[in-house]
Design a protein around this ligand. Structure first.
Ligand code: UD1
Ligand code: CA
Length: 491
């Protein structure tokens, strides 16, 4: 394969009007990556020098490409979007190779293999244009490839006759042109009176009419699907996601009801792991071997070690979880959380910007914020770190082997030293020394027989009330009777 003599032009200036939103469709995410990045990475991997035609939301598109680590590319600005033919005409100065590869930016399922095939086939032939086509059972919206004897042309969807609508061979929008042919013909494209745009596709007919060789290569429709609407975006993302899921299935990962799982492009999952239905495994996540991420969890930009278990309905964001650790159900690791090995985080526990040491646990109804928790620590149910005083955030330090009783309020900044205990229901405001017990709650007083006396009083009151009610009832009956008589008199 010879990419040295190929220059790529990616069309990315359009307004995306069929999306009915104000955002360029090329900035919409497909499995955690903007649509335009799929073409950009493909060409980078094939080492084809590339120019992007930008116009609508040009800056945002350039930033997205740069953020994806793609720097060795050029941009041409198409001030007004007068169609794909006009877009290519505006790139003329960058036609510095003998073969010009043109690609729509809204074609994210295209593969390197297919582009290689296109390049090979074109370079080894005398065709002035070679383009990819496909049969689609629902060709609406696409330009149709028409053949009439040796003549070949592409007719845009909106220009088709009723009969031509039945043609199922569609134009993919991916072409390789001989530079000379482009130079001689690009200015001959006439504006289409129906849409008021210059159609690049007119070049196919021009070449054919001039008796020049035009070649089309049929490829699977799923590889060249274009994205013009939000519905097509959904369809393309489903295909892309199922490709990733299939890949991980072949690498020893089990998915429960795989059709309901969201997986981003850069996620990594270890052998023997299990992903429950409805889970969202989002960008930047790496899951180790033999893990479970159970149903309806969201794991984003996080690391999970080997043998760990994220129970259902938990949210893990920008956090690092060690080996053999349990989280959830219904837990939230908000960001900057480090859980070491054999940690147990149970239901309704929220943790933020904290580290939890080996073999420690917080199993129920707890908030740990801005804290450092050592090894073998037990955090009792209902414990809250008070990390925020309304202006500043403060840290809580809980050293190794500490036992925090249930329903504790730990007012930061605070340190609980090694081996200490705190009594249930305590509000801890002072440092707790090593190996001590801190009790910080009001003392209990028992009032003997108080409850029994209260009960008697209540019963007496109940009796009084019920005799009052009986009196009320009889007077109400008389009143209703009076109303009835009145109504009948009115008849
Ligand atoms: C185009 C083809 C159609 C083909 C289909 C394949 C033309 C006239 N039609 O139609 O035959 O079946 O792709 O998906 O080419 N763009 C610009 N500048 C413009 C207009 C568009 O850069 O002035 C960009 C868009 O951002 C987009 C690409 O060109 O990435 C294609 O434009 P789009 O409007 O989607 O073309 P289709 O109607 O899909
Ligand atoms: Ca399109």
């Amino acid at each position: 394969m010879d990419n040295v003599n190929v220059k790529a032009l990616v069309l990315a200036a359009g307004k995306s009007s069929r999306f009915k939103t104000n955002k360029s469709k090329l900035l919409y995410s497909i499995c955690g990556q903007s649509m335009i990045i799929y073409s950009a990475k493909l060409l980078k991997n094939l080492r084809i020098s590339t120019t992007f035609v930008v116009g609508y939301q040009a800056e945002e598109i350039k930033i997205a490409i740069k953020k994806a680590g793609i720097n060795n590319v050029d941009y041409v600005h198409q001030g007004v979007q007068l169609g794909t033919g006009h877009a290519i005409a505006s790139t003329r100065k960058s036609w510095n190779k003998d073969n010009i590869l043109v690609m729509n930016g809204d074609c994210p399922l295209l593969t390197e293999e297919i582009v290689n095939k296109l390049v090979d086939s074109h370079i080894n032939s005398d065709s002035v244009v070679t383009f990819l086509s496909s049969h689609s059972l629902n060709p609406d919206g696409y330009g149709r490839v028409m053949r009439d004897g040796k003549k070949i042309s592409v007719i845009e969807d909106r220009n088709l006759t009723e009969e031509q609508r039945f043609v199922t061979l569609i134009n993919s929008g991916i072409y390789l042109f001989k530079k000379d042919f482009l130079e001689q013909n690009i200015d001959k494209i006439k504006i289409d009176p129906v849409k008021g745009e210059y159609y690049l596709t007119d070049l196919v007919k021009m070449a054919s009419d001039q008796g020049l060789n035009v070649k089309t290569i049929p490829v699977p429709y799923d590889n060249i699907r274009g994205v013009n609407t939000l519905e097509e975006l959904w369809a393309v993302e489903q295909i892309k996601r199922s490709q990733f899921i299939k890949y991980w299935m072949t690498h020893g990962v089990q998915f429960e009801l795989a059709q309901n799982i969201h997986l981003d492009w850069d996620v990594k999952i270890g052998v023997g792991s299990y992903i429950g239905t409805g889970a969202h495994i989002i960008k930047g996540t790496k899951i180790g071997k033999d893990c479970t991420v159970n149903a309806f969890c969201i794991v984003e930009n996080s690391r999970i070690g080997d043998g760990s278990y994220i129970h259902s309905h938990s949210i893990v964001q920008s956090s690092k979880i060690g080996d053999n650790t349990h989280v959830g159900p219904f837990a939230r690791l908000r960001k900057g959380v480090i859980l070491k090995n054999n940690v147990n985080i149970g239901n309704f526990v929220e943790i933020k910007n904290s580290e939890v040491g080996n073999n420690s646990s917080a199993k129920h109804l707890t908030y740990l914020g801005d804290s450092t928790i050592g090894n073998n620590v037990n955090i009792g149910a209902g414990t809250i770190t008070c990390n925020y005083d309304g202006i500043n955030k403060h840290r809580t330090e809980i050293k190794d082997n500490v036992f925090i009783g249930s329903n504790n309020t730990l007012v930061a900044p605070i340190t609980i030293n090694q081996g200490a205990y705190t009594a249930a229901g305590s509000t801890i405001t002072k440092e707790v020394p090593k190996d001590s017990l801190a009790i910080a709650r009001s003392k209990q007083e028992n009032k003997i027989d108080y409850a029994a006396k209260l009960k008697k009083k209540k019963e007496a009151k109940k009796k009084d009330l019920s005799s009052d009610k009986n009196k009320d009832k009889s007077s109400k009956l008389n009143f209703v009777g009076a109303v009835k008589t009145k109504n009948m008199q009115n008849l």
